[in-house]
Ligand binder design. Structure first.
Ligand code: HEC
Ligand code: HEC
Length: 235
C-alpha cells in the first residue's frame, strides 16, 4: 500500500475510534465504577473487533493489522503488564496509539485484565480443545491417541497404511505437521484433509500435536514449540 493511502486509512480508523469514544461520556458505568467491557467496546473494538480476534472494519486498511488477541501464539507475550504499557504508550510503527490522555491508569489496567481474561486466555483453550477434537476425529485412527501409532494387528485389520510414531520423529515443525495433515501422502495411502479442515483448524491440530503429544516426549514447551518463529510470532 502506498504511503498516502496508508495514512488516509489510518486517519479513517482513528476517526471511527473517536466517534465511539467521544459520543457522550461513554466511559463510566451508571454507578460510577470502571466498566472494562464498555471501555473495550468504545475504544478498542473498532480495530480489534467485538470478539477480540482483529476482525473489524479497520482490519483491511491497517498495516500491520490490529492484533488478534485470540491467536494462541501471542499468549505468552500478552501479559497484563505488557498490554497495560501498550494501551498507555502505544506501539511504535503501528496504528496502535497510546491512550494515556484518555484513559487513566486504573482504566488502562482494567482493560488489560479484561482483554487477558476475555480473549487471550479463553481462546487459547478453545483452540486447544478444537485441536484435540480434530485430532481424535481425523488422525487418531492411524496415529493413535498418543501419536505413537496403533497396534500392528489393528493396522492389518483396517488395511490402512502403518503410520509412523510421531513422538519419535525429529524436527516435526508446525509447518510440517500442517502440510502433512492438509496434503497427506497419497502414494502411501495417507489422506489429506484440506477439504475438511480450514487453515485455522489445521493450525489447531498442529498445535495440539506439538504441545499435547510431542511436548510430552521431547520436552518442547512455550514459545520454542512454535516452529522456531518465536522472535515475533505476530508476523
Ligand atoms: C486504530 C486502530 C486501533 C485501536 C482503536 C486500538 N488498537 Fe490496539 N493495535 C492496533 C494495531 C494496528 C496494533 C499492532 C498489531 C501488531 O503489532 O501486529 C495493535 C496492538 C495492540 C496490542 C499489542 C499486541 C501485540 O501483539 O504486541 C495491544 C495489547 C492492544 N493493541 C490493545 C488495544 C486496546 C486495549 C485498545 C483500546 C483501548 C486498542 N488496542 C485500540 C490497532 C488499534
Ligand atoms: C489413513 C491413515 C492416516 C491418517 C488418518 C493420518 N495419517 Fe498422518 N501419516 C500416515 C502415514 C502412513 C504416514 C507416513 C507417510 C508420510 O511420511 O507422510 C503419516 C505421516 C504423518 C506425519 C509425518 C510427515 C512427515 O513430514 O514426515 C505427520 C506429521 C502426520 N502424519 C500427521 C497427521 C495428522 C495431524 C493427521 C490428522 C489430520 C494425520 N496424520 C492423519 C497415515 C495417516
Amino acid at each position: 500500500m502506498s504511503r498516502p493511502r496508508r495514512y488516509a486509512a489510518l486517519a479513517l480508523a482513528l476517526a471511527l475510534a473517536a466517534t465511539g469514544a467521544l459520543a457522550g461520556d461513554r466511559k463510566k458505568h451508571p454507578d460510577g465504577r470502571i466498566d472494562p467491557a464498555l471501555l473495550y467496546h468504545n475504544y478498542c473494538s473498532v480495530c480489534h473487533g467485538d470478539q477480540g480476534d482483529g476482525r473489524s472494519r479497520a482490519r483491511n486498511s491497517l498495516v500491520p493489522p490490529p492484533a488478534n488477541f485470540t491467536d494462541p501464539r501471542l499468549r505468552a507475550r500478552l501479559t497484563i503488564d505488557y498490554m497495560d504499557a501498550i494501551i498507555r504508550e502505544g506501539k511504535a510503527g503501528t496504528a496502535m496509539v497510546g491512550w494515556k490522555t484518555q484513559l487513566n491508569p486504573a482504566e488502562s489496567k482494567a482493560l488489560a485484565r479484561y482483554v487477558r481474561g476475555q480473549y487471550v486466555e479463553k481462546s487459547g483453550d478453545d483452540a486447544a480443545r478444537r485441536g484435540r477434537v480434530f485430532y481424535g476425529h481425523f488422525c487418531a485412527s492411524c496415529h493413535g491417541g498418543t501419536g505413537r501409532g496403533i497396534e500392528a494387528a489393528a493396522v492389518a485389520a483396517t488395511g490402512a497404511p502403518a503410520a509412523p510414531d510421531l513422538t519419535k520423529m525429529k524436527g516435526l515443525s508446525r509447518e510440517r505437521i500442517i502440510a502433512s495433515a492438509a496434503v497427506g501422502k497419497p502414494s502411501v495411502g495417507k489422506p489429506g484433509f484440506s477439504q475438511q479442515l480450514s487453515p485455522a483448524d489445521l493450525e489447531a491440530v498442529a498445535e495440539y500435536v506439538r504441545l499435547a503429544l510431542l511436548a510430552v516426549s521431547t520436552g518442547v514447551s512455550g514459545t520454542s514449540a512454535h516452529g522456531g518463529k518465536a522472535s515475533d510470532p505476530a508476523r
